[in-house]
Ligand binder design. Structure first.
Ligand SMILES: *Cc1c(COP(=O)(O)O)cnc(C)c1O
Length: 423
């Protein structure tokens, strides 16, 4: 089968030996998925999820049982007082923007104690001037870089917290950076430190790509708000749109009033037929995340021995589903992405090219043969065309597909004569 799909025998064999050596780590990932699966089932049972919950609402969406019950389920999965889970939250950036805009007022300051936030947040916050940014509303921003060893600069953070500091933005995943992703335990330490200085500050965690990678979430270690996208981990590949915000009631309520309108809040917002996908996606999410994690670890163990630095490296523990592989040249980034595309179930015949995508500052090449546009819990890769020419990839609804896509990326490098020792 692999041969007929275009994988050479040497690439296939390398894949087999690589995967065979990972059995113990894969067993550990399955164990985490099992615990997370039980968390989801427990939350669904506790909230009496029933077939009525899959009914849809239209128009204003008053009394939508499915939507309201799902929000209770999310709150229980994340062990929070409340959650907002809506199709009207269009993506992860929107969810984060909403959480900040809803809870900040003119004169307040945001602090990122972990360096630069995700690219798209630069315009949300106004680090890069943009219409409608928080900066235009008199909300200021400050960031403290990580120390050279990527640990938290506790002294710097202490010095940066002032009377205006209202919200702390902690990004769990590395996003497009080459720093490591933080573990939930590390995030807990950081929050405890910050609350020790200013107890009433809102600690918000950008949880994108982190959900269900560990058995606990940032909300288990003191985060006041956790925020993420349903076309990533918690949507399980089935949610066609959406975002979530889970946390303390007072902060989540603010988000509801900001999302819809003061006075209306969470009472409106028709589910338009997506509820079943939201439930089923959440139900599948723990095992889907496990597949994606296996793919990421497999890739690191395939590429690192070939001389391509990987973050996380081949042996490190995982805290999100993203794998960065530094390929060292634009041609290799393009070939890698072509391989991921060629291995996809959908749009496999399409050839991706770099383009100036809105919200990103260099050209980016993106590969995704996905059932949902931009779905990055499905196997997908993106590479900004800039040094060090790293490709970031993530996802894989099934481990078999993740494995195949990654083998195909290597095949495309080989076909283009771009592997070390070829030339
Ligand atoms: C994907 C991502 C976002 C933004 O989510 P979109 O759905 O792409 O808008 C924000 N932060 C991190 C860490 C992400 O990975």
């Amino acid at each position: 089968m692999y041969q007929s799909l275009g994988i050479d025998e040497d690439i296939y064999r390398l894949g087999e030996t690589t995967a065979a050596a990972l059995a113990d780590r894969f067993a550990e990932i399955d164990r985490t998925a099992e615990i997370c699966q039980m968390k989801v089932i427990a939350a669904m049972q506790k909230n009496r999820v029933s077939t009525e919950c899959f009914e849809t609402s239209t128009g204003y969406g008053y009394n939508d049982l499915g939507r309201d019950t799902l929000e209770a389920v999310y709150a229980d999965v994340f062990h929070t007082e409340s959650a907002l889970v809506r199709a009207q939250i269009t993506c992860g950036t929107h969810a984060l923007s909403l959480a900040m805009a809803a809870n900040l007022r003119p004169g307040d300051e945001i602090l990122s104690p972990v360096g630069k936030p995700y690219d798209t947040l630069e315009q949300v916050i106004g680090i890069v001037p943009a219409p409608g940014s928080l900066r235009e509303f008199g909300i200021t921003y400050r960031q403290v870089e990580l120390l050279p060893d990527n640990s938290f600069d506790f002294d710097g953070i202490k010095a940066a917290i002032n009377e205006h500091t209202k919200l702390i933005e902690i990004q769990r995943s590395k996003g497009y950076l080459t720093r490591p992703t933080f573990s939930v335990a590390q995030i807990g330490e950081l929050i405890a430190f910050i609350k020790g200085i200013k107890p009433d500050v809102i600690c918000m965690v950008d949880n994108c790509y982190g959900e269900f990678v560990e058995t606990i979430e940032p909300s288990d270690v003191g985060a006041d708000l956790v925020v993420g996208s349903l076309i990533k981990n918690p949507g399980g590949g089935l949610a066609p749109i959406g975002g979530y915000i889970a946390g303390k009631s007072e902060y989540v309520e603010q988000c509801a009033y900001r999302l819809t309108s003061p006075g209306l809040g969470r009472e409106v917002g028709a589910s338009l037929g997506v509820s079943r996908s939201f439930y089923q996606g959440l139900f599948l999410a723990p095992t889907v995340v496990a597949s994606a994690l296996k793919g990421a670890i497999f890739a690191a163990n395939l590429y690192e021995p070939l001389g391509f630095p990987c973050v996380p490296n081949a042996t490190e523990e995982r805290h999100d589903i993203i794998q960065a592989v530094t390929l060292g040249s634009p041609e290799r980034v393009v070939a890698f992405c072509k391989g991921i595309q060629a291995g996809s179930p959908v749009d496999s015949y399409v050839v991706p090219e770099p383009w100036a995508m809105p919200g990103y500052h260099s050209e980016v090449i993106m590969a995704a043969g996905a059932f949902y546009q931009g779905s990055s819990i499905e196997l997908s890769a993106d590479g900004p065309i800039e040094p060090p020419y790293a490709v970031y990839f993530q996802g894989g609804l099934t481990w078999a597909h993740a494995k195949f896509g990654i083998l195909m990326s290597l095949q495309k490098l080989k076909d283009a004569g771009l592997l070390p020792g070829q030339a």
